[in-house]
Design a binder for this molecule. Structure first.
Ligand code: UDP
Length: 478
């Protein structure tokens, strides 16, 4: 009789930046002999998660994907877009329970790994007696800060937005100005602030937290997490840094040669700046115009992903392609056609970053983009836009020293002059070259962490060992 493989259920949040690293985690489990089902819950019309799911499922036949049935849910008007995501996620709990109950009749579910936005599903795993872990798709420093925030909330009465530029010091996280915390945490009178504090408090309840980072990258944060410094007086769940979980190279057969990769083939080595702002980063028409003027004046080669103009109410939605003729300065494309390329909406970022013609990256500092840049050894001009990206910028600029900030990112407009200056600085200056060298050193550390005897591989093995112990304890308790 064939021996049934133990099943792991992964439950990602909405958005490509959450789904893609979870699929990489799924691959790790498969490599270790588990069978994996990824449960998808997203009912956004034109959902970018669902679009990504169909691509990822085609590329990964060894992983099962299961879309939960739609729930009928109308978000409250004027809710913060992230609040809508939390509310939608909670509405899916009954469907997730039904799915797990049905799956349990055909296989043994060994563990559930939920995205950190899905902590409202912890109770379901507990109800079924299944160990539950969180996958934290950002870095260890942000995790340390998130775990500590509920304690800060309990002991302070002032909103971060009212603290001006006072420095906030949380164990394991870099010192940041109070205004630099994610926008959802600025105002303690807001609903989203309280939702997030509840979310961070629930993180304490899981059997462990898997983090998409590696120990050599964030040593201070890892120490604070291991020693429980960010959660004094409470029991810390074990934390496992198992990253970077990203695509290092695509299987050739799955990669259609994209037009921009062909164009890169014709460019000199290390000569092109890549500008890309994640799955949801979008600018106003005025800002796009300013970037174009700056790039043109800089004289540098560039590959630029332009998305439709700002639509802050819609996260996780595939937007229509931008109308470049109306967005870019007249004649821009023809004047720059020998040395620049504009791509509408989406480029194969990992392949681009690893192309030998690319020499620098202007990024919104999403954590996946940050790790991808590190693995490609690509220095970053930081232009944070939303979520925890301002914190990632501090880590890149001040802690690891592989990024330099685009001035004005936190004002109404980044000027064309600044874009021009930073593009030249990155590609032509000695300091820009030094930034690249530091990033190449980080790249080496990332590969060391991923090697067979590297820290992330060892930590993943120790996680599997702990998982087996927890599973047998859970069974014995029942
Ligand atoms: N991405 C891509 N092409 C694009 C824009 C984004 O492949 O044109 C990918 C990028 O490689 C990364 C993910 O989308 O893996 C974005 O995740 P990140 O955490 O950087 O930002 P988010 O979209 O979550 O803000």
């Amino acid at each position: 009789m064939a021996i049934e493989k133990a099943t792991i259920v992964l439950y990602p949040s909405m958005g490509v930046g959450h789904l893609a690293p979870m699929v990489h985690l799924a691959k790790r489990f498969v490599q270790h002999g588990f069978s994996v089902t990824v449960a998808i819950a997203d009912q956004t019309p034109n959902s970018s998660t669902n679009e990504a799911m169909s691509n990822l499922s085609m590329a990964n036949p060894s992983i099962s994907f299961h879309a939960l049935p739609l729930v009928s849910f109308t978000p409250a008007e004027n809710s913060h877009p992230l609040q809508v995501i939390y509310d939608t996620i909670r509405e899916y709990n009954p469907k997730f329970l039904e799915f797990l109950t049905s799956l349990s009749t055909t296989t043994t579910i060994h563990a559930i790994v939920i995205d950190f936005f899905r902590t409202d599903a912890i109770g379901i795993a507990r109800q079924l007696g299944i160990p539950v872990y969180v996958f934290f798709a950002s870095g260890a420093s942000i995790l340390a800060l998130s775990l500590h925030l509920p304690l800060h909330h309990a002991t302070s009465k002032t909103s971060f937005k009212d603290m001006g530029n006072a420095t906030v010091n949380f164990p394991g996280a870099p010192p940041i100005p109070a205004s630099g915390v994610p926008e959802t945490l600025l105002d303690r009178a807001s609903e989203i602030y309280h939702t997030r504090i509840r979310n961070f408090t629930q993180l304490r309840e899981v059997d462990g937290i898997l983090v998409n980072s590696f120990e050599a990258l964030e040593q201070k944060a890892v120490k604070a997490l291991k020693e429980g410094l960010c959660l004094p007086g409470h029991t810390m769940p074990p934390v496992y840094c198992i990253g970077p979980l990203i695509t290092v190279s695509q299987e050739k057969s799955l990669l259609e040669k994209n037009e921009c990769l062909n164009w890169l083939d014709s460019q000199p080595k290390r000569s092109v700046i890549f500008l890309s702002f994640g799955s949801a980063g979008a600018f106003t028409a005025k800002q796009i115009n300013e970037i174009a003027i700056g790039l043109e004046k800089s004289g540098q080669r560039f590959l630029w992903v332009v998305r439709s103009t700002d639509n802050p109410k819609k996260l996780c939605v595939s937007l229509p392609d931008p109308d470049l003729d109306s967005l870019l300065p007249e004649g821009f494309l023809s004047r720059t056609k020998e040395r620049g390329m504009v791509v509408k909406s989406w480029a194969p970022q990992v392949e681009v970053l690893n192309h030998e013609s690319i020499g620098g990256f202007v990024s919104h500092c999403g954590w996946n983009s940050t790790l991808e840049a590190m693995v490609a050894g690509m220095p970053i001009i930081c232009w944070p836009l939303y979520a925890e990206q301002r914190l990632n910028k501090v880590i890149l600029e001040e802690e690891i020293k592989v990024g330099v900030v685009m001035k004005g990112y936190n004002e109404e407009l980044v000027s064309a002059e600044e874009v021009e200056e930073k593009a030249r600085w990155l590609m032509e200056s000695k300091e820009g070259q030094m930034l690249r060298e530091r990033m190449v050193a980080v790249q080496k550390k990332a590969f060391q962490a991923l090697a067979k005897d590297g820290s992330s591989e060892m930590v993943f093995t120790s996680f599997l060992r702990d998982l087996r112990i927890i599973k047998s304890t859970t069974r014995a308790d029942q």
